[in-house]
Design a protein around this ligand. Sequence first.
Ligand code: DGT
Ligand code: CA
Ligand code: CA
Ligand code: ZN
Length: 579
Amino acid sequence: MKNSLVAKVLLELADYSDLEDEQPYRARAYRRAAQTIEATPGPIEELWKQKRLQDLPGVGENIEKKIDEILRTGKLSTLEKIKSRIPVDVPSLTKIEGIGPKTVKLLYSELKVKNIGDLEEAIKAGKLHDFRGLGVKSDELLLERVKAAKLQTNRILLAQAIPLSERIEKTLKEIPGISRYAFAGSFRRMKETIGDFDVLLETDTAREAIQFFTQNEDEIKEVLSAGDTKASVKLQNNNFQVDMRVVPKKSWGAALLYFTGSKAHNIELRTIAIKKGLRLNEYGLFKASDESALVAGKNEEEIYAALGMDYIEPELRENKGEIEAAILHRLPKLVNLEEIKGDLQMHTIYSDGQESIKAMAGKAVELGYEYIAVTDHVGSLKIANAMDEPRIGEQRKEINKLNDSFEKSGSEFHVFQGAEANIKADGSLDMPNSILKRVEIVLASIHSGFSDDSDKITGRLVSAMENENVDIIAHPTGRLIFERSGYSFDLRKVIETAKRTGTILEIDGHANRLDLNDENAREAIKGGVKLAVDTDSHEAAELNYMRLGVAEARRAWATKGDIINTMPRSEIEKFLEND
Ligand code: DGT
Ligand code: CA
Ligand code: CA
Ligand code: ZN
């Protein structure tokens, strides 16, 4: 299957088109198609053979032709041509936090920067001082980001890792003689980005199992190493690495604990073990005085218990206070996906979404939700096809009709009409209050006028929260993982204002947003602010991103009570009315 290859070529084309093109919609279309293809579960070649590529959302005639060429030749002539015109390593440069295609273009035209190495030299030569594409950033910070980008060359989003893990799981299930397997590492901790998969196997026939796995040529491109108890491979898909280890039964829990990490968490556990006269490694928890005296090892629970602490969920294992809390029996009961009763941010064809309100509602019913809020863009944002007042009225009618039909069929499901309003440069919203008053839930967010002036951004967010119609600040920091770091502002002041005004802060669960991130969301919770975890979906399938948002919330130590959309419909209705 060649989904990742096709997606990668299209993404590269998007980056290079951004560089050349005066028409940003083109690059956006390529990116969207790439995302769709990456998320398509079956092989893209099947659809191609059946001439059904245009069934995929975001794939029209033009992109179909390109996919056809990639599948036939493995290349794309348009992309090759642009690359020969602009000999710049865009994919690597855009991995640097804060650098997008536009900045790459400036760096090339003004400083002849073609790759990361050139950029490093330019920074060291002081040429980046006050460089207008980057704002005012210190050389140290820039060099740090360059270093981070070099290290992170092959990381992928959690959203990309999930379908990949499902494919690996399929292979694992086919291996004869395996009693169990588990994903460990950052994937088990549900980190925002994943560097490689760490897979554990339990089997009596280790060598055969490893051979079976590494010889699956449909999935595995390259075997980096394969021994009697471990192997490392690169997947066909994305060239992504999998580290695999066979683990003895009595050590299963110890190995799972060790390879789940994080490293910082492990180191702290080992220190505690030593204080208790014990020794912890990937084979078990032993008496320090007697290497062969196994105290615990077959599961994680007994190891944590023997260390005198409660079980710690993988999402919390970052050595950020979870070990102290586990000793004091003060760990939070983390929110889980089943507790989510609805989704409070999504877009439909009324603005920049791909599907109807009915389609979004249908998927939400399938997920077992009690409600959704349709929050199309309102106001003047042209790129988001924002709704004006008459369109808001039309949408109201359609939502009423749909709710009537749910009621008639005996369903308790309900669609709220919401709106996402843009916070303008002066802090006001780009839709008058007289109209916002009429929708049931208002999200306010910054989409334009990003500024390096932190006070100014803080001021805009604070004014929006002071607007009595605003319920939620959406994607509060504006970051896009791998693309931009978000605008800086005074988080503490925003949290205080949210608390004072009863404004909800969002954890936007969309694949590359996850905004607020875990750390910021944890600060918000500590500050007594409630959160909404939602998906910002632009098509029905994206409602599944809820699990990413919930993972981020769990990493932020959130409980059910911290998240408003765990409320059943009757309560959230009252909550929105009072607000
Ligand atoms: P990644 O792959 O960069 O997204 O992050 P991880 O956390 O999956 O890191 P990885 O794959 O290098 O290693 C998997 C786990 O194995 C890691 O979370 C903790 C454990 N581990 C790896 N190396 C060491 C080490 O040197 N010391 C300790 N204590 N643990 C380690
Ligand atoms: Ca890993
Ligand atoms: Ca690894
Ligand atoms: Zn938005």
